[in-house]
Structures are given as C-alpha cells and as structure tokens.
Design a protein around this ligand. Structure first.
Ligand code: FMN
Length: 101
C-alpha cells in the first residue's frame, strides 16, 4: 500500500473525525495513512518525510490554530529555517470551517 502522513489538529474533535474518515477511505483506495495529532511530534519527522503529507486543521478564535497545533505552527513559521527547509514535502492542507447560515 502507498503510505502517506496524515496530521490533524482539532479543538473540539471535528478535524480529527475528518482525518479518521480520510484514513479509512484511503485504505479502500490502496493507501495507508500514518495518522497523528500534530502535537505528537515524536511520531513523525517532517525534515525527513518522503511520503505525501495531508494536514487537516480547524480554526478557532479569530483564525487561530487549535491549542494542540500552537507548537507546530510556531515551529513551521520559524524564520531562522532555510527557505527550502520543507521544499521536499508534497502536502495538501484542508481547513475545517463551520457553515453559518
Ligand atoms: C470559538 C470558536 C471560534 C471559531 N473561529 C473560527 C475562525 O476564526 N475561523 C474559522 O474559519 N472557523 C472558526 N470556527 C469554526 C470552527 O473552525 C469549526 O467549528 C470547526 O468545525 C471546529 O473544528 P474542531 O472540532 O476540529 O475544533 C470557530 C469555532 C468556534 C467554536
């Protein structure tokens, strides 16, 4: 099976539920997802990751990341990193929003 890394960050569970759904659907399509919360940084390494990366993250407050993603956001926004530090990553980002009618 073709592997990909699937990271989620959630405040109330919706982004996790969607990531779990993606993980289940992936198997049906011949993929295998390594599913982790972004805060579980000891379980993945973006520096060396060669598989595609999918990130599912919700927003709270005024476009703020979930509490579990604060460290992750700070790390990837680190301006001391070389500009091409994550250039090897093939990634997709899904933002979860509620629909206010
Ligand atoms: C207190 C609060 C603040 C929110 N702020 C935003 C926001 O700034 N931008 C946005 O797109 N969605 C916002 N939302 C909507 C959430 O992104 C949406 O409800 C999402 O499904 C929550 O996902 P989660 O369960 O993974 O945390 C907010 C929701 C709550 C409860």
């Amino acid at each position: 099976m073709r592997r990909f890394l699937l990271l989620y960050a959630t405040q109330r569970g919706q982004a996790k539920a969607i990531a779990e759904e993606i993980s289940e659907q992936a198997v049906a399509h011949g993929f295998s997802a390594d599913l982790h919360c972004v805060s579980e940084s000891e379980k993945y390494d973006l520096k060396t990751e060669s598989a595609p990366l999918v990130v599912v993250v919700s927003t709270t407050g005024t476009g703020d990341p979930p509490d579990t993603a604060r460290k992750f956001v700070k790390e990837i926004q680190d301006k001391t990193l070389p500009a091409d530090f994550f250039a090897h990553l093939r990634y997709g980002l899904g933002q979860i929003q509620s629909l206010v009618q």
